[in-house]
Ligand binder design. Structure first.
Ligand SMILES: [Zn+2]
Length: 424
């Protein structure tokens, strides 16, 4: 592909400035304030006066469901959905069949990625075999191919095993990404919040999350292993992460759009409001928002988790946990934080591109000489979220019908146009 982009707002070195970008055969050959081409230039010239360009967004927490659950989603379809959301790299969680808990199992997933993915897909290996908390997975054998280790979907209750995992992951220089959740002793008594109480639904207590964060942070202190707290949902977890960062521990935290934007007073008894951890109180929401603004939760991650329509049609009590989010993440956070003046667009780039790419040890700058890997977007373009338009096989999400600003226009990965929503 040959393309000259004129006058775009290009994100480089933490800020946007007006630049032209020249692509030849999909490779970026120049990024300059002003570029021109000869009359016999064999390609498109696109004027992007109102458009913005950043290195492709990254989401370190998604579920692509293969191998094992292709009735819910496939790597091909979900990677296209990711591209539609402006993402060119994702980390896929290992609650699959087979679980990637040794090299042969992981290779099944790698083969599908190699064959079908339109963007970069980096799997996580499990911490324990089948995520069953009994025996450690073969972390060493999987290390060259994974983003890190996680038993996402469940918490690793066994502290002895978790400590061993931390030690090995530290040696391998890979992070552990933890879904923190101890099982509630009295799940019917401890409520998730106002909604659960009112409707007499069993909740998942805040303590189930923060008590595991607290335990893990002690092990991070002991081992120095890099540690990421998945989908933070409680104010107590936020306080613990903040304190750990102050102490200089290698800790990061994920904020997901739904915990930033919703609280439990806004829940409806529908499957599309059900995810784990649950949407919590106004106070929890306020703490997460503050932490997202002040860099305590520096990684925006969707926990994109497609299920079949049937699995999401059983109300709050009986539907499966999980909602989709890749195609709306940028627009939701842009609308809620950037367009309202709470956050700069540059800071949103830190949350959705720089920090998650750094977590994956990937380049964050657009580089001359590299194949095109960037997203073109219009932060002012308005539309209404309609899941019928999603490329994702999963449709359930709580923001159906919401008016948002921020359209992804084109996504380039590996020198190719992998999503086109705008004629050049
Ligand atoms: Zn999780």
């Amino acid at each position: 592909m040959n393309l000259l982009i004129k006058n775009a707002n290009v994100f480089q070195n933490d800020k946007f400035s007006k630049r032209d970008i020249l692509l030849r055969d999909g490779v970026i050959t120049a990024i300059e304030p002003e570029l021109s081409v000869s009359n016999n230039f064999n390609g498109h010239i696109a004027r992007y006066d109102h458009f913005f360009i950043s290195r492709g967004f990254a989401d370190i927490h998604v579920h692509f469901r293969e191998p094992g659950y292709s009735y819910k989603a496939t790597i091909e379809q979900e990677s296209k959905a990711a591209a539609a959301g402006g993402f060119t790299v994702v980390g896929t969680m290992p609650n699959l069949d087979p679980y990637p808990d040794n090299l042969p199992h992981l290779q099944e997933q790698l083969a599908i990625i190699e064959r079908d993915a339109v963007i970069k897909v980096i799997p996580y290996g499990t911490v324990t075999i089948k995520s069953q908390d009994q025996e450690l997975a073969d972390l060493k054998a999987m290390a060259p191919y994974v983003a890190g280790f996680s038993d996402d979907g469940v918490g690793v209750e066994n502290g002895t095993l978790m400590l061993k995992a931390f030690k090995i992951a530290k040696e391998l220089d890979l992070p552990i990404s933890a879904h923190c959740e101890f099982p509630d002793k009295n799940p019917g008594v401890i409520h998730a919040g106002v909604f659960a109480k009112k409707h007499n639904l069993p909740g998942i207590s805040s303590k189930s999350e923060w008590s595991m964060v607290q335990r893990d942070l002690e092990m991070v202190k002991q081992t120095g292993c890099q540690y990421n707290v998945c989908h933070v949902s409680t104010k107590e977890s936020v306080a613990l992460i903040k304190e750990a960062k102050k102490a200089g521990l290698p800790v990061s935290g994920e904020a997901a759009p739904h915990y930033l934007i919703l609280n439990d007073e806004e829940l409806e008894d529908l499957g599309r409001f059900k995810m784990n951890p649950p949407i919590r109180s106004k106070e929890d929401q306020a703490a997460i928002r503050e932490a997202f603004l002040d860099d305590t939760l520096e990684i925006l991650a969707t926990d994109h988790a497609p299920h079949s329509a049937e699995e999401k049609s059983q109300g709050l009590l009986n539907s499966n946990f999980g909602i989709v989010g890749l195609e709306t993440s940028f627009a939701l956070v842009n609308t809620e934080f950037v367009q309202t003046g709470l956050m700069s667009l540059e800071t949103l780039m830190q949350r959705i591109m720089v920090a998650p790419r750094k977590f994956l040890k990937l380049e964050t700058e657009l580089k001359v000489g590299e194949k095109a890997d960037f997203v073109v977007f219009d932060p002012k373009a308005e539309y209404v979220i309609n899941s019928n338009n999603f490329l994702s096989k999963g449709k359930a999400m709580p923001f159906e019908g919401k008016k948002v600003k921020g359209k992804i226009l084109n996504t380039f990965y590996d020198g190719k146009l992998v999503f086109q929503n705008h004629e050049m």
